[in-house]
Ligand binder design. Sequence first.
Ligand code: ZN
Length: 312
Amino acid sequence: MAEDTPQDIPFDKTFDLAPGHAEACGPEGSVPVRRILCNNPSPFTFKGTVSYIVGRGKVAIVDPGPEDPQHIAALLDATRGETVTHIFVTHTHRDHSPNTPALKAATGAIVLAEGPHRHARPLNIGEHKPLDSSGDVNFMPDRRLADGEVVQGGGWALEAITTPGHCANHMAYALKDTDMLFVGDHVMAWATSIVAPPDGAMSDYMASLEKLSKRKEQIYFPGHGREIRNAPEFVQYYIRHRQAREASILHRLAKGEADIPTLVRAIYIGIDPRLTGAAGLSTLAHMEDLVARGMVATDGAASIAGTYRLAG
Ligand SMILES: [Zn+2]
C-alpha cells in the first residue's frame, strides 16, 4: 500500500502489464522469475498486486494476492504442467495474503511467512483502528520463518529477511545466488510505502531500510509496480526522504504546536486527496517515533487526534 509520490525520489510509474498474464521479469541466465498482475487497481495498490512465480518446474509463488478467484485461475494457468511447492507471503495486508488458502487447496503447497497478522504496538485506550479492515487476521502460515532462514526449493533458494515497519510481520525474500530480492511493500518504484500505526511503526521501518541498504542485491521486485534496479541506491533515496519529512515536521512545530491535519497540510504538498488519510497515519507514525525519542511532546500517548509541540 502506498502513501504519496514526493519529488525527492526518482519514481518510475511505467508498468503496463495486463492483468492475468505471466511475464518473465528476471535477468537472463539467472533463476527464472515471472510476474502476474492481479486486477485490483486503486490509489493504494497502483495497477494492482503483483504475484511472482520463482523457478521453473517446481516453483514458489510469492504473495497470492487478495481474495480473487480470477487471479487464482491465472496463477494456476501460468504454472500448468509445473508443481507449486511453496507459497511465500510478505505480509498480511488484504491485498497480499487472502488468496493463500485457495491457492494452497489447489496446489498442496506449504505456506511460509513470518507469522500471523499483528500490530506493531498495543492499541491505545479507545483507539480507533483506522486500517483494521486492511489486516488479514485469518492468515496462518504452515511454517513461520526466522530472519536469515533459507528455504531450498527445486532449483532455487529463498532467504527470509525480517523487514517490519509497513506491517509488523513484513518479510522480504532474497533469491539466493542471484541479484534479486522480493521486497513486498517495503520499497516500491512508483510511490512511498505507507507506515500506518498500529500495523506499522516508523522506528522499525527506518531500521528495515538501513538493513536492506547494506545488502548486495540490485533488483527488487515489489508488491506493486515495476522492479527497482540499482536498489541499494534507491533505498538511500527512501531513507533521505523520511529524514526530510521528519525535518519538515520539526520545522513546522518550531512555529507552534499543531495537530495531525495541520502537519499533513504543511508537509504533503499537492498530495492526491484520496491519500490524505494515509498521509495522516504516516505522520502519526513519525510522531510516535519523535515522541519516543524525546524530541516532541503530546498529552498522553501519541494519537491521531493529538496535538504536538517540540519537547523541552
Ligand atoms: Zn500491498
